[in-house]
Ligand binder design. Sequence first.
Ligand SMILES: [Zn+2]
Length: 340
Amino acid sequence: MPDRPLVAGVDTSTQSCKVVVCDAETGEVVRTGRASHPDGTEVDPRHWWDAWREASGDGILDGVSAIAVGGQQHGMVLLDEHGEVVRPALLWNDTRSAQAADDLVAELGAQAWADATGLVPVAATTVSKLRWMSTHEPDNLARARTCVLPHDWLTGRIRADGAAAPDDAWTTDGGDASGTGYWSAGTREYRPDLLRLATGTELRLGPDLLAAGTDADALARRVVAAGATRLLGDALLDRRLVAGIGNMWLAELLWHGRLSPWAAAGDVDLAALAGALGWAQAEMRRAVAGARPVRAVYRRAGRPCPRCRTRFYYRGLGDRNRTAYWCPACQVPGPAERAA
Ligand SMILES: [Zn+2]
């Protein structure tokens, strides 16, 4: 019998993780799996990973060529700079944030919220939970670098095969982003001003490289301003400066711009960096539109550089979640090779 085209749908809901494998052509349900989530209105996301592993075990995913993840909307998963969870996730049904929601509505006005984001904050909305954090757990909020939604978190972990952070940054979809209270469904852009209003502090999430209107020159200036003591590769992965760059895009854009991840951020040529960031933006948009992303250097340690035929180098960049791949001839300075 010829192979059937199989796809899997995952519902990481409040109560459980459900996996349904279907024949993509006929819609026939071929296999299913399920595992429970803990009760409660705050949950350590590791339970979602464990439930996913259980629900997708026993060969349920054999032959599956695509996975779609959906699930509980709203909620809040705060991640530190390494992609590790800062505190248990607050779920949509955690009502501690009711007063915070009322306060946000009082401060800006219900109509202004609706105009800006398409919704008026309630206890479930992520922006209300962030306000609650700023009042009740400011230290945890200060450690947070990224806020993702429950199903974004599981999607990212699946893409990273269980590691704390995916290689090319976290991802979401318009449906879920529209429930955060700091994303405009009209312009499809995040509203950092509303995040700042909610948290009372400066924005910790950098501008998304893909966001409409994000200016590559301004991003480059932010990165160069990180200074002479900061490695360029490290600064570009800092989501307080630029969001949306993971290990893969880091490697590709630096190679494209002939810039070394090991250069001091403050010494980098602004125009060259802006050019590389602009190139990455254009490539990311092409990838979102369905084009196959360019990959010249990422995970190609030991293979020849297409420009100069020198073998690419690889080295970890500070911690296990960050990597650098570079051409030691086109991209200088750099340290010695480490095996891939
Ligand atoms: Zn080269």
